[in-house]
Design a protein around this ligand. Structure first.
Ligand SMILES: [Mg+2]
Length: 207
């Protein structure tokens, strides 16, 4: 039986950071300086930090619902987003020997966008897509964590993510690879693997 590799979406398969920040800037009429480390930090904190002084506070769930509806579910907002360097080549190779799954924190509201982007750039490579967050009819947010998803798989081998927090959450369930293209996490120890490029992922997975 093929082993499973679980791959994050934002910042691992696709360069989505800039589009996300631009959307937030436009919507909240704020400026977010680039180059600051943002991966894994909460978008709510990021927006709150850059609001003009004395602005009314922004409700966290409203913000995520709005992002879900107007950014994550909008194909137009994703038209110019490209995959990470070599990700297409490496994912294609890995898909021959492993069963590949995408696990994303994105709300299920954006399911069609995620699927379309994977179909366009990684055709016939991804077996399943897991979304952590969904909004139920009662308007509340519910999560099925990446760890829960991984623990349900028969043969999980590697989990690849760009967030140390997500990596730490799955320790004990699967071997991990932290993809850290800009060397934000050189001080992180205890990670199974930390790499900068998709080519290095290919080395680790034994191809
Ligand atoms: Mg990510």
């Amino acid at each position: 039986m093929k082993k499973d590799i679980i791959i994050d979406f934002d910042g691992v398969l696709f360069h989505t950071g800039e589009a996300t920040l631009s959307w937030l800037e436009k919507h909240y009429q704020i400026e977010i300086p680039r180059g600051n480390y943002t991966c894994g930090s909460s978008l709510h904190n990021l927006v709150s930090k850059h609001l003009p002084p004395n602005s009314p506070q922004i409700d966290e769930y409203e913000l995520y619902e709005l992002i879900g509806k107007e950014f994550l579910a909008s194909m137009e907002c994703h038209n110019n987003i490209l995959p990470l360097e070599y990700s297409q080549e490496v994912v294609r190779i890995l898909s021959q020997d492993y069963t590949l799954h995408v696990a994303t924190a994105r709300l299920t509201l954006g399911r069609d966008v995620v699927k379309t982007m994977l179909d366009n750039f990684f055709p016939d490579c991804i077996s399943s897509i897991h979304h952590v967050w969904h909004i139920e009819e009662d308007g509340k947010f519910y999560a099925t964590t990446k760890k829960t998803f991984i623990d349900r798989l028969k043969n999980p081998l590697f989990f690849i993510d760009d967030s140390p927090r997500e990596i730490e959450e799955v320790f004990g369930s699967v071997k991990t690879i932290l993809l850290d293209p800009e060397n934000h996490h050189t001080n992180m120890t205890g990670m199974n693997h930390r790499v900068n490029t998709w080519e290095q992922i290919l080395d680790i997975t034994g191809n």
